[in-house]
Design a binder for this molecule. Structure first.
Ligand code: AHG
Ligand code: MN
Ligand code: MN
Ligand code: MN
Length: 333
């Protein structure tokens, strides 16, 4: 139907888009659309809680630390509960890996065919100061028979086995961006209608860029190679943009062209970011948008995980920039 008579065209909703693209998903599209609907629902609830954090008493620290040794913020815990509950109720998922849970959450769901790895709230240090935060997720198909007990091989899958991945960005507008391996599409949340509408179809990242994102406070701890790369960015008058929220920094660089680096440091030789629910998810999105993601040497998606919360250095964004940074790293070793 032509809505132009209303003076605006109501875009395609997330639900309708998934149905339109059902042959894009290698398995029954109903299963994927259910999981994405569960994630979208939880993100709407978390979005509302984020918007009210200052008014209700859910800002600040929760008073416990997670397995990463980080002090959990109340919203870390709230978001973890909301996403876990939505995925449990959706009925398609058999296990969840979360930054906020030490062990795998076994949903005891004998018909669940999918495993979800998630960072329920990314950029927690920004919650109380009203700076954009995010949610990151990866979706895998379990590899052992449906209904049998969850095995490590269901969980420790390399990123190249993802069937879908995405993120929610709670920014000046709230967006859901995801891929099922057939390109990347972005949806913007219309609060008054409670719907995500297609706003960024077929996102393609610029091959090169002039934005670099790294915490330069780490300079005393990082390798000469990366210092040389950052110097070369400065010599070319690139812009430094780093807000301490990976999802927001990544999304800006994906659209405008740029590189985000969280390198190996003296204190954290494996870097800070986690492979299963930060690096892998964004690496899948990056590659589907024509960009790149490596640990400085190896393609992120080819890394075989060995532990649930393992960390990896992350160089992600415009391909030319990632390759340049890798070149500087190689020179220095
Ligand atoms: P999380 O809040 O999920 O623990 O992730 C925070 C990450 C990432 O979002 C951000 O880019 C990075 O930590 C910031 O780390 P530094 O403060 O060390 O720069
Ligand atoms: Mn954290
Ligand atoms: Mn994070
Ligand atoms: Mn987090």
């Amino acid at each position: 139907p032509d809505h132009s008579a209303l003076g605006y065209s109501v875009g395609v909703t997330l639900d309708r888009f998934i149905k339109m693209k059902q042959d894009d998903f290698p398995f029954a599209s109903g299963e994927l659309s259910q999981i994405l609907r569960d994630i979208a629902l939880a993100s709407k609830i978390v979005n509302r809680e984020i918007n009210r954090a200052g008014l209700s008493n859910i800002g600040g620290a929760f008073g416990s630390t997670n397995v990463q040794g980080e002090e959990q913020q109340k919203l870390d815990v709230v978001a973890n509960i909301r996403f876990s509950r939505a995925l449990t109720k959706g009925g398609e998922v058999c296990a969840i890996v979360s930054e906020e849970d030490d062990e795998v959450i076994d949903l005891q769901n004998s018909s669940g065919k999918y495993v979800v790895a998630m960072d329920p709230l990314d950029g927690s240090s920004n919650i109380d100061v009203n700076i954009s935060i995010g949610t990151i997720f990866s979706i895998y198909r379990r590899v052992t028979p449906v209904g049998s007990p969850i095995q490590p091989e269901d969980i420790m899958q390399p990123g190249n086995k993802q069937v879908a991945a995405g993120y929610v960005l709670y920014g000046s507008s709230t967006m859901l961006v995801y891929t099922t391996g057939k390109g990347v599409n972005g949806f913007t949340y219309e609060q008054s209608l409670g719907e995500f509408f297609l706003s960024h179809p077929n996102i393609c990242a610029p091959k090169d860029g002039k934005i670099y994102s790294i915490n330069e406070g780490l300079n005393s701890q990082i390798s000469e190679g990366i210092k040389n790369y950052i110097t070369s960015c400065k010599e070319r008058d690139f812009s430094a943009r780093y807000i301490g929220s990976l999802v927001a920094d990544f999304h800006r660089n994906l659209l405008k062209g740029g590189i985000y680096i969280y390198p190996s440091t003296a204190k954290a030789p494996e870097g800070k970011l986690r492979l299963l629910y930060e690096a892998n998810s964004l690496a899948f999105i990056a590659e589907q948008a024509g960009a790149s993601a490596s640990d400085g040497k190896n393609r992120i998606l080819d890394i075989q995980p060995t532990s649930l919360h393992q960390r990896t250095p992350l160089y992600i964004g415009s391909t030319v920039m990632v390759e340049e940074a890798e070149g500087h790293l190689k020179e220095a070793t």
